[in-house]
Design a protein around this ligand. Sequence first.
Ligand code: PGA
Length: 260
Amino acid sequence: MRKKIIAGNWKMHLNASQASLLLHRLHERIKIHRDIEVVLAPSSLVLQPLSLQIDRRKFRLAAQNAYHKDQGAYTGEVSFTMLQDLVHYAIIGHSERRIHFNEDLETVRDKVSASVRNGITPILCVGEKENERKAGETKIVIHDQLVTAVSNLTAQEVSNMVIAYEPVWAISTFGGELAKPDVVAKELVYIRKQIADLYGEKVSKQVRVLYGGSVDDQIVSGYLDLPDCNGVLVGGASLNYHKFSGIVDKAYTLNKKDDS
Ligand code: PGA
């Protein structure tokens, strides 16, 4: 069984000392879990100092974004090449990037390719907006986002990547309506089906699929219990060490139950 991922997206919060303090608190509370990867995505400014502080047996770092060119005259950008030694993962195509920074399907595809080219595992976010859901377009939106994003990857590269289903209407900052686990279950199955159609059953079983959208320690089990769910991507609750370490504990307890 592949390791479950519990990932915290700190968004544009926490300066270097605040981030260091949160990491310290998480380190005190979170134990080393063989079957769980705890991934932290701070701002890119903070990746360097945290990489020196972090206990690599417990945590992995992720970037929240990067630019798809490796180097050059692109004022203000940070490339995946520059992040190579700092992070294992990069969140790509988060709805806040798509909505606030106009990242289109092709931009996300180029970022996914750049990430893989530089040896960083993409956590590709897909998900429909409220109006798309109401118009019955959920599946077509997921299909277009997913198929375009992976179009330059080999089967092997897809089997190593991570896909996060994050319906925009369920993200706390965009409304935060709770998505019912049985609704989420259907979309996770659909995501695997798309991957199976493109790359075969084996790859579709190997790719890890996460859920994200207002997840906290109280409701996380409903998602982690789903057979197709390999973990969660957590925003707001990841800034609170009680809640985030509570989520990791829940994942650990569920894993132990599965093993016995
Ligand atoms: P949320 O954010 O948990 O605060 O809804 C999730 C995300 O944006 O990845």
